[in-house]
Ligand binder design. Structure first.
Ligand code: GDP
Ligand code: MN
Length: 337
């Protein structure tokens, strides 16, 4: 399960990794002084896409980004720094030991830079010995021990598959984590019910995604309805590309992230969404669909029933998304397109 930057940074604070002061907001707010407004998306590469903005007018910046479909923001103090480095910890699958990866060059170009040497330090899990000094010399920065310890704790205690800081900013007050990328091991989520609750995630959301070979992406709420939708697509002569159950209490963010996940699969050419709600708020769901639609840009066919149904339908129709009373009609149109 991929965490948002702000969620990862909360874990950083639990394990003693220093981060800039900040706050999470979901609407435009005015903050005094120079700040960094960061769109909270599960995909990386935000810097290059103009989704990390240094500004003295947080209100206008957030308003602009909201019009581009972003719904969660982290506002942080601006941190002047002289250098950026890269640090991460992950499990070495061969040895079953955690390892540290460090690079003297961090920031938005690290993936492309061929100059970057990755320095790995396999650890002996029993001894937990590793050479902090060697890492610090390699990257040319002192005072990294709390960060390295924290990253290792995320792997060992929090079952992170990956805990990454890119970049670590080298500041006058010491190293600071400007970004976080944390992926928790889906198979170990049952050990972290408290985190799932805190981040309002459901286990089902992260482990109910299944990839197939066709071209239709399928999203439903509830495992039964999702499977039934997939069966219908097949019965009607279509080929599912993937499917995902958004689970109970489908809200705006869950729906957005479900569509982003299903729709970012290259094979998906169209998306069928089957939400059968009782208490599910259709306007919330519609907002989630619109957020994702603007980013994914693939045709979406929606069957939507529940509370505030009319409101939800109108929102979608006014953006050219087709809404249907029953699933058969939605799938039929999707397959004919
Ligand atoms: P990503 O592109 O999605 O990985 O987003 P990052 O959080 O890494 O931000 C992209 C770039 O913005 C970073 O490499 C930094 O150079 C810069 N950046 C991010 N946060 C700050 C900050 O608080 N202060 C300053 N000066 N730069 C920042
Ligand atoms: Mn980054």
């Amino acid at each position: 399960m991929k965490l948002y930057e702000y969620e990862g940074k909360r874990l950083f604070s639990y394990v003693g990794i220093p981060t800039p002061n900040g706050q999470v907001v979901r609407e435009p707010v005015k903050v005094q002084g120079k700040v960094v407004v960061k769109a909270q998306l599960l995909e990386g590469g935000r810097g290059k896409r103009g989704l990390v903005r240094v500004t003295e007018d947080s209100y206008t910046t957030i308003s602009e980004l909201m019009r581009e479909g972003v719904s969660i923001f982290l506002i942080e103090e601006f941190v002047p720094h002289s250098r950026e480095i890269y640090l991460s910890a992950m499990m070495d699958r061969e040895t079953g030991n955690p390892m540290i990866i460090a690079s003297p060059q961090g920031g938005i170009n690290i993936e492309e830079s061929k100059e970057v040497k990755i320095f790995t330090i396999p650890l002996d899990r029993k001894l937990m010995r590793y050479d902090v000094d060697a890492v610090e010399k390699y990257v040319g920065v002192r005072g990294l021990e709390p960060m390295l310890e924290g990253l290792l704790r995320l792997v060992l205690e929090y079952d992170a598959e990956l805990a990454e800081i890119n970049p670590v900013a080298v500041t006058e007050k010491g190293p600071l984590a400007l970004d976080s990328k944390v992926i928790l091991d889906d198979n170990a989520l049952y050990r972290h019910e408290d985190l799932l609750k805190q981040f309002q995630r459901e286990k089902s959301q992260s482990d109910s995604y299944v990839e197939l070979d066709g071209d239709v992406g399928i999203i439903g709420n509830g495992a039964g309805l999702t499977m039934a939708t997939m069966d219908l697509v097949k019965l009607m002569g279509g080929n599912p590309a993937d499917f995902l159950d958004v689970g109970g209490g489908a809200d705006t963010e869950k729906v957005t992230s479900a569509i982003m996940r299903v729709g970012s699969n290259q094979k998906v050419k169209k998306i069928v969404i089957n939400i059968f709600g009782g208490i599910t708020r259709c306007d919330e769901v519609a907002k989630g669909i619109l957020n994702a639609y603007t980013k994914i840009g693939k045709p979406i066919y929606v069957r939507l029933t529940g509370t505030n149904e009319e409101e939800g339908k109108k929102m979608l129709q006014s953006h050219g998304i087709k809404v249907y009373e029953d699933a058969l009609a939605a799938i039929g149109d999707a397959l004919r397109s």
